[in-house]
Design a protein around this ligand. Structure first.
Ligand code: MN
Length: 414
């Protein structure tokens, strides 16, 4: 069973007068939303979204339930925006993480719409799990802009996807298997625009206590400018079997771990107590990496191998399943296989026909050059018979078409 521990801070920053960000800490659900819109509508949008998310997720504690909860939150913001003219056009980002499933099937479901972000710190490495739905971020992803150019881009704040601007919204969702020591960082752009990923990683490695780490990140964002609202939710994965160790990566790296002000999450479902995770590692160290090779991974690899084998068989069947009429030098020939082959399945010569390329009617030459597929050897032979010019000699001698042949030679027709 997985237990979580968390810290959370939201701050108006140094420039703005109101805080349009919203955070949600409702174990096992955590979220950050960054609202936008005039007349305080941004605050309304982020608050409506977070409340709707929480209520909807309560009805279905699953990964699908979380994605659906985001769609319901979108609809809630949209509906509210229709009520008042000041609310028209308001919207909000939303990223959320929830622990779903039970026993060995427990995962962290992650969802995102907009440019708030969820990061994962694992084994000291910080990875951005979510994609930003911004104009500039999309240009970077498609290779039209370098990350350095993006930093300075005037349209850095233009979002391509947010909650509340349409009746429906596309939601990014995926799942992460939680390991003891993982830290999930949810943050609004007020943090990520002011503090580099390297700086964030350094704080997350250094400060074990999630509340302290969150507060330190907010302090850095404000020191670096604080031009926007800053909101952070930091969620640590704590294994309840070894809670006294509280062995997060940060704790292991911190020579003076402070235990004060740590909020322990209540253990969920103690009655059902599912089987412990199969990874045996009792404590964290770099050598523990192989523990990720769990039963689940084995099953995944096995399924993948089966899929690949199936694909190879299908391609082989496709590649070797037919015939085609092509050229062998200047002679028409029938091949088994596909023109050009498929992957490593090359066509093989099935039979020579004795028909010279020059004897083929002009209309068929291009097809044969490219390879004319036929379903069977018989069909290929019939095709070869049909394409032969009625006059076997390349020199056109008028008046010699064999009797009964309807003279299809196109040369004389206008
Ligand atoms: Mn913001």
């Amino acid at each position: 069973m997985t237990t979580l521990r968390w810290g959370a801070v939201t701050d108006v920053g140094r420039i703005r007068t109101n805080n349009e960000d919203q955070l949600l800490v409702a174990d096992p659900l955590f979220a950050v939303a960054d609202g936008m819109g005039g007349h305080a509508a941004g605050e309304v949008a982020s608050q409506v979204a977070v409340e709707a998310l929480r209520a909807a997720f309560d009805r279905d504690h699953s990964a699908d339930g979380l994605a659906e909860a985001v769609r319901i939150a979108n609809r809630a913001v949209w509906d509210r925006a229709q009520e008042k003219s000041e609310y028209r056009g308001m919207g909000t980002t939303l990223t959320a993480v929830a622990l779903v499933g039970d026993g060995d099937g427990e995962t962290l479901a992650v969802v995102n719409v907009g440019d708030s972000r969820t990061y994962l710190l694992r084994d000291g490495e910080l990875d951005q799990l979510t994609d930003d739905h911004g104009l500039v971020a999309e240009l970077v992803r498609s290779g039209q802009l370098s990350p350095e150019e993006a930093e300075q881009h005037p349209q850095k704040n233009v979002l391509t996807r947010v909650l509340g601007l349409d009746e429906d919204v596309e939601v990014d969702c995926f799942q992460v298997v939680p390991y003891k020591g993982d830290r999930l960082l949810l943050a609004s752009d007020g943090l990520t625009n002011e503090v580099t990923d390297a700086q964030m990683a350094s704080v997350l490695r250094r400060l074990a206590d999630p509340q302290e780490a969150a507060a330190e990140l907010v302090r850095m964002a404000k020191d670096n400018g604080g031009s926007d609202n800053v909101t952070i939710v930091l969620v640590d994965v704590v294994d309840d079997d070894d809670r006294s160790g509280a062995a997060s990566a940060a704790l292991a790296d911190d020579p003076r771990p402070t235990q004060t002000a740590r909020r322990e999450a209540p253990v969920r479902d103690t009655e059902t107590a599912p089987a412990p995770r199969p990874q045996p590692a009792p404590e964290r160290s770099p050598q523990n990496r192989p523990r990720r090779f769990t039963f689940r991974v084995v099953v995944f690899v096995a399924v993948l191998a089966l899929l690949v084998a199936g694909a190879v068989v299908s391609i082989g069947w496709y590649a070797r399943g037919g015939y085609y009429v092509g050229l062998k030098g200047s002679e028409v020939a029938i091949y088994k296989g596909r023109p050009g082959g498929a992957l490593w399945f090359k066509p093989t010569l099935a039979e020579r026909t004795g028909v010279k390329k020059d004897d083929v009617q002009a209309a068929f030459v291009d097809d044969i050059k490219a390879g004319k597929p036929e379903p069977s050897l018989g069909a290929a032979r019939r095709y070869v018979k049909n394409v032969k010019s009625p006059e076997p000699a390349p020199t056109p001698t008028p008046g010699t078409p064999s009797p009964g042949t309807p003279s299809p030679t196109p040369t004389s027709t206008p």
